[in-house]
Design a protein around this ligand. Structure first.
Ligand SMILES: Cc1cc2nc3c(=O)[nH]c(=O)nc-3n(C[C@H](O)[C@H](O)[C@H](O)COP(=O)(O)OP(=O)(O)OC[C@H]3O[C@@H](n4cnc5c(N)ncnc54)[C@H](O)[C@@H]3O)c2cc1C
Length: 386
C-alpha cells in the first residue's frame, strides 16, 4: 500500500549539494524533520571532490571539516615554460566519507536511500515505488537540469587510484601537469598523493565534445604513471566526469528545465563555476545559507535559491567571456598557453578566481598584458562571431 510521509523539508538527491544541506541542517536545525531521498544505496556517488582553502569562507568551514579525507598545505602546477608551487591549503573529500558522516549526523528515518524520485514540486515529492512525501518545503538537488539551454564546452576526465609497490616521493598534489602532449583541446594530468603508496591520477581535457573514450584515457593514465616511474601494485578505483564549461546561455530556461517553482541546489540550480564546472564552493555557501534561513516553506525556498542562482549567473559573465576566449579564440592545441599565463599571476588572485569571487581589479589584471590568443580572434569570440 503506498504511503504518505509528512515532514518539514524533503531534499531530493543525496549527492554533494543535497548531502551538504542535510548535514548543515542537522547541525543548526536539529528540531526539523528533514528527509533526503536518493536513488542509489549510498549518498555521494563515486567521487573525490577537491577544493582550495580559499574556496570555503572561514565561517562555513564547519560544514566541510568533518568530511575532509585528505589535506595538503601546498600544490604544484607545471607547464612547458613554467612550473610553480602554491602555498595554499588543498583538500579532498571522498564520497564514502560523505556517506558515513551524513548517516552519522541524521536519524535513520531521515535517509530514504535506494528510492527513485519521479517528480518533485514545491511541497510534494512522488517516489517511483508509489510513496509520496508531503513537506513544508522541497529542495531539488538531483544533478544537472537541461544543459542544452546553455552554450558549453566540456571538462572531461578519467581518474584512477593506484596502489604502488613502493613509496612515491611527491609530497603535494599536482593540480595541473600540462607538460603532457596536448590532445583534444587543453590537456593536463592531475595527481593526488593520497598516501605514501597511493596515488590518484586523472587525465583531463578542456574539449569541444563531451565524449569520453574510457579505454584511451585509461591507457594514457597508465602511460603517465609508467613515465613517472611509479610501479603499480593495483589499480584500485576509477572515476569519470564530464563537467560543463559555460560560455553563454539562457539561464532562466535552464532553471525552469529543472522544475517549475521548485527550490534547487547544486548543479540543478546552475551553481557551478563556469570555467571549472566545479560546484563545491557554491554548494557549501548554499548549505550555510539554508541552515541559517528561518522560512523553509516551498515558496520561500524557491525564491531564495532562484535569487542566489540568478545573481550568481549574472555575476559570472567575466568567467564565461574567458571561456569563450579559451574555446573559440585559441586553437585547441594552443589552449594551454592561456592557463600557463594565468598561473603566473598573484596566488591570491588565482584563489579568488577558483572561488568564483574575482574582484574588479582581478578581472582587469587577468585581461592586461600581451594576450595569449590573437586579439582579433578574441574579440570575435566574445561577440559570438566565428
Ligand atoms: C568524477 C567527478 C569529480 C568531480 N570533482 C569535483 C571536485 O573535485 N570539486 C568540485 O567542486 N566539483 C567536482 N565535480 C563537479 C561537481 O561538483 C560534482 O558533479 C558534484 O557532485 C555536483 O553536485 P550535485 O549535488 O549537484 O550533483 P550530484 O553530486 O551528482 O548529486 C545528484 C544526486 O541525485 C541523485 N538522483 C538523480 N536523479 C534522482 C532521482 N530521480 N531520484 C533520486 N535521486 C536522484 C543522484 O543519484 C545523485 O546522488 C566532480 C564531478 C565528477 C563527476
Amino acid at each position: 500500500m503506498p504511503s504518505t510521509i509528512n515532514c518539514d523539508l524533503a531534499i531530493v538527491g543525496g549527492g554533494l549539494a543535497g548531502s551538504l544541506i542535510a548535514l548543515a541542517l542537522a547541525k543548526k536545525r536539529p528540531d526539523l524533520d528533514v528527509r533526503i531521498v536518493e536513488s542509489a544505496r549510498a549518498l555521494g556517488g563515486n567521487h573525490i571532490w577537491s577544493f582550495f582553502a580559499a574556496d570555503v569562507a572561514a565561517e562555513d568551514r564547519w560544514i566541510v571539516a568533518p568530511l575532509i579525507s585528505y589535506g595538503w598545505t601546498a600544490y604544484d602546477i607545471a607547464f612547458p615554460a613554467h612550473a610553480r608551487t602554491f602555498r595554499m591549503g588543498y583538500y579532498s573529500i571522498e564520497s564514502e566519507r560523505l556517506d558515513t558522516v551524513v548517516r552519522g549526523a541524521l536519524p535513520e528515518r531521515a535517509l530514504l536511500l535506494g528510492r527513485k524520485v519521479l517528480a518533485a514540486g514545491p511541497r510534494a515529492v512522488v517516489l517511483a515505488d508509489g510513496d509520496r512525501i508531503e513537506a513544508k518545503g522541497v529542495i531539488d538537488a538531483r544533478g544537472p537540469g537541461d544543459l542544452g539551454c546553455l552554450e558549453l564546452g566540456w571538462q572531461k576526465f578519467l581518474g584512477v587510484e593506484f596502489r604502488l609497490d613502493e613509496p612515491h616521493d611527491d609530497p603535494r598534489p599536482m593540480v595541473m601537469d600540462a607538460t603532457v602532449p596536448q590532445l583534444d583541446g587543453y590537456r593536463f594530468v592531475y595527481c593526488l598523493p593520497l598516501a605514501a603508496t597511493r596515488m590518484f591520477v586523472e587525465d583531463t581535457y578542456y574539449s569541444d565534445t563531451p565524449v569520453i573514450d574510457a579505454d584511451l584515457l585509461r591507457g594514457r593514465v597508465h602511460d603517465y604513471v609508467a613515465a613517472r616511474g611509479w610501479q603499480v601494485e593495483q589499480a584500485a578505483r576509477e572515476e569519470t566526469g564530464v563537467l560543463p564549461v559555460a560560455l553563454d546561455g539562457d539561464f532562466a530556461a535552464y532553471w525552469q528545465s529543472g522544475g517549475n517553482k521548485v527550490a534547487k541546489a547544486g548543479m540543478r540550480a546552475g551553481l557551478f563555476h563556469p570555467t571549472t564546472g566545479y560546484s563545491l564552493p557554491d554548494a557549501v555557501r548554499m548549505a550555510a545559507l539554508i541552515a541559517g534561513t528561518s522560512d523553509l516553506s516551498g515558496a520561500a525556498l524557491h525564491d531564495l535559491t532562484w535569487r542566489v542562482a540568478s545573481r550568481t549567473w549574472r555575476g559570472r559573465g567575466f568567467y564565461r567571456m574567458l571561456d569563450k576566449m579559451l574555446f573559440r579564440a585559441a586553437e585547441p592545441e594552443e589552449r594551454y598557453r592561456v592557463l600557463e599565463r594565468f598561473y603566473r599571476l598573484n596566488p591570491r588572485l588565482i584563489g579568488r578566481f577558483y572561488a568564483g569571487q574575482s574582484t574588479m581589479f582581478d578581472k582587469l589584471r587577468v585581461l592586461t598584458g600581451k594576450p595569449p590568443v590573437p586579439i582579433g580572434r578574441a574579440i570575435r569570440a566574445i561577440r559570438g562571431q566565428s
